[in-house]
Design a binder for this molecule. Sequence first.
Ligand code: THU
Length: 161
Amino acid sequence: MTNHEIKIAFEEYTSLKELNTTDQNLCLEAVNAMANSHSPYSKFRVGAALQLKSGKIIHGSNQENVAYPSGLCAERVALFHWGATYPNDPIESIAITAHTDGFELLKPVTPCGSCLQVLAEYERKQDKPIRVILYCIDGLTWITSGIENFLPFLFFEDRLT
Ligand code: THU
């Protein structure tokens, strides 16, 4: 038997002002994206913003449905829009934020497993890691350099591609 250990890494910031201006701006774009959240069921608004290499920014917000499973997370709304419209303009970073009137959010919202799997797919497609910026408006901000920090045992099979 052999024991293995995997380490993940992330940066933690207590104030948005500590981030570089591009990242600060992307966090504010994620806040703007929340304005179009359609979340009458959970009342949990999520916004995502993608920073593309060209400088373009893509927005996404969670879109819920009365048939609950038909809704989609903010991250995948933004990512699928990118995949359908700007697939040759690499994604450098994604910023994600959330707000609810129901309770206070003091730590960042992390992407669900399905969104991580989609992020991982597009990292492979563009052959470049996607930085993930998790911005909590009234709390901490966490930054990771790529999806492997969330999913070290990510499913991938080269022979399926
Ligand atoms: N949600 C997102 O949009 N992204 C996340 O990272 C977590 C959850 C949405 C899905 C649903 O509309 C609401 O938040 C509550 O789960």
